[in-house]
Every structure is written in structure tokens, then in C-alpha cells.
Design a protein around this ligand. Structure first.
Ligand SMILES: *[C@@H]1O[C@H](CO)[C@@H](O)[C@H](O)[C@H]1NC(C)=O
Ligand SMILES: *[C@@H]1O[C@H](CO)[C@@H](O)[C@H](O)[C@H]1NC(C)=O
Ligand SMILES: *[C@@H]1O[C@H](CO)[C@@H](O)[C@H](O)[C@H]1NC(C)=O
Ligand SMILES: *[C@@H]1O[C@H](CO)[C@@H](O)[C@H](O)[C@H]1NC(C)=O
Ligand SMILES: *[C@@H]1O[C@H](CO)[C@@H](O)[C@H](O)[C@H]1NC(C)=O
Length: 443
């Protein structure tokens, strides 16, 4: 029975895929074509930007928002990635209301409440609309592997209870069902929270050409801020989760691209390890421990393109001592970029370097040009540095505590150590020049 059903599905998908009369995508929607993107019949090569939920959708002045998009436009940026989620818990609600903090969802001990009001999703509406005004398309992530502005830990705490590991997010049937539709679990309303949320967001923007793609989760891993159990690494758990959730989103919206939002960790039989003073340090990014299987996940039918992130300083602590290790931050990044370009070729799907960063202006100035150049050389030059910064913001006179450590200081958007601003000319020019190369490839 199982075999018959899957053969039938295979037959149907081949038939549909081969059909010459397949419907054309709506105007101004991006589509994949082999290992690249297309927009209205032309190649779509771009440089993008990240500005996470921690500031752009949290700004309260329209002139600041417009100024930010205008500066992105001036830098040649065509795609912006930001969070499509922003959840708070019940005890934060009173303060949020008082300070005007943006929030799209509230979780408290009894219920999950959507905020589609002026301080909620209407702010995201405005971001998506304003982006379009400046010729920029938006990637929206539905939830986060990490805590902060909501994320999976919130779902785990409320649905599965305290004392659980992070990976129950992918295995607890109530949480899994909470993301997609499952009648079995409609009995308890909090169980369908994420499903309701994803559905809300997709239905809200599914006709908008200002959306570039949906992203299932930012940086899904076996561990989050909670640890992982042994049920997750190297078991295909995350792969199966991607598979069912991508299918769920595809059913809601057949026209927009879908991606994982993953960091791009491989699960290779022969993994690559790194050594310090002759001692083995780690092969975490290649051995399946993170939970991803970049090649396998990219091959999924409903995953239209791959994403990967690049933070060697973060991932390998203080191991950047080229005389004693067989890698440097720079060389590690070059290898990582090449590995993903190879995977893209194998899968014949595009792959985006969706986040990358190093600490320190001098490190940025030295390292980014080489990383960006090699990405452009591989023809997988869709790069999205982490993260775009804006100076001269006027809200609250340029000084405001947003949440956690996120703040506007003297008119500058929050700086997490990776932020780059226009006055850092050398770094800025690396990206604006890359945008020119990409624009020339878009004809
Ligand atoms: C609610 O959020 C606050 C602030 O982030 C946090 O300190 C508190 O522990 C959270 N409460 C629950 C029940 O998650
Ligand atoms: C939960 O949040 C909703 C929406 O803000 C509110 O109406 C309700 O009273 C809250 N319940 C509790 C127990 O805090
Ligand atoms: C690092 O050095 C070890 C030990 O010499 C070697 O086995 C490994 O292949 C090297 N890795 C890379 C990426 O050069
Ligand atoms: C630049 O990178 C090196 C190597 O990781 C690091 O030691 C240094 O702290 C970085 N510089 C800054 C300013 O963060
Ligand atoms: C850029 O401007 C910010 C804010 O005014 C300032 O703190 C920083 O030093 C400037 N950086 C450079 C490289 O000029």
C-alpha cells in the first residue's frame, strides 16, 4: 500500500513537472531556474541584507524606516531578510504596550493571542510594503531556533512543558502539528499555535510580490538554548521536519519560494576535521551533529534553494592561530563557500550565503573581500552579510532601549559586533561593488 501510494505520487509529480503547460508564476515573483533565480524571464542575481527583528520592524517612525530602505536601495540591495515572528510572553505584555514595542504574538499561561493591530502585524505589513517601494523583496522566517523575540523554546515550554530538550520541537507530535494542520491535535488550542501562526503569515502575504521567500526556521539545529537529546543528531529528524513543514507551506502558497533557513551544516560520511597543535578539535559542521544534512535537505522537492551561514570566529572560538592550526578564519570561510557551491551544482538548485560575519572592523576589511569574491566566482554570488546598519535614525532623538541589549545609540541601529554602517567605507564598498557585479548578471 505504501509502495503503491508513493509510486502514484512519483508518477503524478513527474507528470506535473514535465507538463509544458505548467502555469507561469505571477508577475514579479522570483522563481528558481536550475542553480539560479529568475525574475520576469531574466536572471536574478543580487546582493541582500539582513536586518533582524531586533530593529527594523521595531522602529516606530516612518521617516526612519524610509531612510533605511533608501540607503539599502542606494547600496544596490535587492533582497532583505528579516523575522516574520516576534513573540512575547504574558508577563512582558504590560511593558510592551507602554513602550510601543512591536509584537506579533503573546503567549501566557492560558492562551496564544495573535496581535494583528497597529503595534503588531501592521508594522510588518508596513515593512513589506515599504520594501516594495524601494524595489526590495523580503525573506521572512517563521520562527527561530534560539530564544529572543520568541522562537522555538517558547513553543517547547508552553506545549511540552519544562525540562525538555530542544529537539522535541521536531519530534513531539503536538509541537510538530502545531506548525501544520492536524485535526488530531486541534483539541487543545495551544497545540496548533505555530500552525496557526504560519498560516496567518502565509495567507497574509501570499499574493505579495514583495515577498521573496518563506523560511521555515532561522538556523534549525538539534540544540537551541536548550540542549539536544541523542534522538536528533544524524537521525534524519530535522530532515523529516523540513519535509513536512515545507509541504504544508507549499499547499498554502504554491507561488513563493521556500527555503530552510539553515546554517548549512553537512552530514558527510567522510567529514572534515580541524586540528590545533596536532590535536583534533572538531568536525561539527560536517559530521551531522548539528542535525542538518545540507545535501539531503536541499534535495527535498519543496525546498527551492539552500541557505548557509558563516561564523568561523563564533563557531571555533579562539582557534584562529594560523601558525598552529590548519585553518584561519579566512581560509575556513573560503572552503565553506566552495563546499556549498559544489553542493548547489550537484543539486542543481541555487544556494544563498544568507548570513556571515566576523568581529572587528579590520577583520571585516581584510576578510570580506575574499569571501565575497569567491562567492561571486562560483556563480553562487547571492550574499547577505549580517547585518545592515543605519546611522542617523531620529526616533527618540536617536537614543532608545529596544529590548534586551538592543538599542539605538546616537542614531545608530543596534550593533551586535557584526553590524556594518555606511561610514565604514571599505566594508561598505565591498558589498556595493558586489551588488554592481550581480546587477550586471541580471540582464
Ligand atoms: C517572560 O519573559 C521575560 C523577559 O524576557 C522572562 O524573564 C520570563 O522568564 C518569561 N516568562 C516565562 C514564563 O517564560
Ligand atoms: C493572555 O493574553 C490575553 C491577550 O493579551 C489576555 O486577554 C489574557 O487575559 C491573558 N491571560 C492571562 C492569564 O494572562
Ligand atoms: C588538518 O590537519 C590534520 C592533521 O594533520 C589533517 O588530517 C586534516 O586533513 C587537515 N585538515 C584540513 C582541512 O586541512
Ligand atoms: C579579529 O580576529 C581575531 C582572530 O579571531 C581576533 O582575535 C580579534 O579579536 C578580532 N578583532 C576584533 C576587533 O574583534
Ligand atoms: C561611524 O559613525 C558612528 C556613529 O556616529 C561612529 O561611532 C563610528 O566611529 C563611525 N565609524 C567610522 C569608521 O567612522
Amino acid at each position: 500500500m505504501r509502495f503503491l501510494l508513493s509510486s502514484l505520487l512519483l508518477f503524478l509529480s513527474i507528470t506535473v513537472g514535465a507538463s509544458p503547460g505548467a502555469p507561469k508564476p505571477p508577475k514579479d515573483f522570483v522563481t528558481p531556474k536550475g542553480a539560479s533565480f529568475q525574475l520576469n524571464g531574466k536572471p536574478f542575481a543580487f546582493v541582500g541584507a539582513n536586518s533582524y527583528a531586533r530593529w527594523l520592524p521595531l522602529l516606530q517612525r516612518q521617516d526612519d524606516i524610509e531612510a533605511t530602505f533608501k540607503e539599502m536601495q542606494g547600496a544596490g540591495i535587492k533582497v532583505l531578510r528579516t523575522w516574520g515572528f516576534n513573540a512575547i510572553n504574558g508577563s512582558e505584555l504590560a511593558d510592551a504596550k507602554k513602550s510601543g514595542l512591536t509584537y506579533y504574538q503573546v503567549w501566557n499561561s492560558t492562551e496564544w493571542v495573535l496581535n494583528d493591530g497597529a503595534q503588531g502585524l501592521q508594522r510588518l505589513d508596513n515593512i513589506i510594503e515599504t520594501a516594495g517601494k524601494y524595489g526590495i523583496k523580503v525573506i521572512l522566517a517563521f520562527t527561530n531556533n534560539w530564544v529572543g523575540y520568541g522562537g522555538s523554546e517558547l513553543y517547547i515550554n508552553w506545549i511540552a512543558g519544562a525540562g525538555k530538550t530542544h529537539d522535541v520541537f521536531y519530534s513531539d507530535p503536538r509541537i510538530v502539528a502545531s506548525y501544520r494542520m492536524s485535526l488530531t491535535y486541534l483539541m487543545h488550542h495551544s497545540y496548533i499555535a505555530l500552525e496557526r501562526y504560519v498560516k496567518t503569515i502565509v495567507n497574509r502575504y501570499k499574493n505579495s510580490a514583495n515577498v521573496f521567500a518563506w523560511e521555515l526556521m532561522n538556523e534549525a539545529r538539534c540544540l537551541g538554548d536548550l540542549p539536544s537529546s541523542s534522538a536528533c543528531p544524524r537521525t534524519g529528524l530535522l530532515h523529516d521536519w523540513y519535509k513536512q513543514q515545507a509541504a504544508f507551506v507549499r499547499k498554502l502558497d504554491p507561488n513563493h519560494l521556500i527555503t530552510t533557513g539553515g546554517e548549512g551544516h553537512f552530514f558527510w560520511k567522510k567529514s572534515i576535521g580541524y586540528w590545533l597543535n596536532g590535536q583534533f578539535i572538531s568536525d561539527y559542521n560536517f559530521n551531522g551533529d548539528a542535525g542538518e544534512d545540507f545535501d539531503g535537505d536541499l534535495a527535498l522537492d519543496n525546498i527551492d534553494f539552500g541557505t548557509y551561514h558563516l561564523y568561523p570566529q563564533f563557531w571555533y572560538g579562539n582557534l584562529d592561530t594560523p601558525d598552529r592550526t590548519n585553518f584561519s578564519i579566512k581560509s575556513w570561510g573560503l572552503d565553506w563557500i566552495k563546499a556549498h557551491a559544489d553542493a548547489a551544482k550537484k543539486a542543481n538548485k541555487p544556494v544563498i550565503l544568507e548570513e556571515f560575519g566576523v568581529f572587528g572592523l579590520q577583520n571585516k576589511t581584510e576578510i570580506y573581500p575574499e569571501w565575497v569574491n569567491i562567492a561571486l566566482d562560483t556563480k553562487h554570488g547571492w550574499i547577505m552579510p549580517w547585518q545592515f546598519g543605519k546611522l542617523g535614525l531620529k526616533e527618540d532623538g536617536g537614543n532608545r532601549l529596544i529590548k534586551y541589549a538592543d538599542a539605538l545609540i546616537d542614531g545608530a541601529s543596534p550593533n551586535d559586533g557584526f553590524t556594518y554602517y555606511k561610514n565604514q567605507t571599505a566594508v561598505w564598498n565591498v558589498f556595493t561593488n558586489a551588488a554592481k557585479v550581480q546587477a550586471a548578471r541580471s540582464k
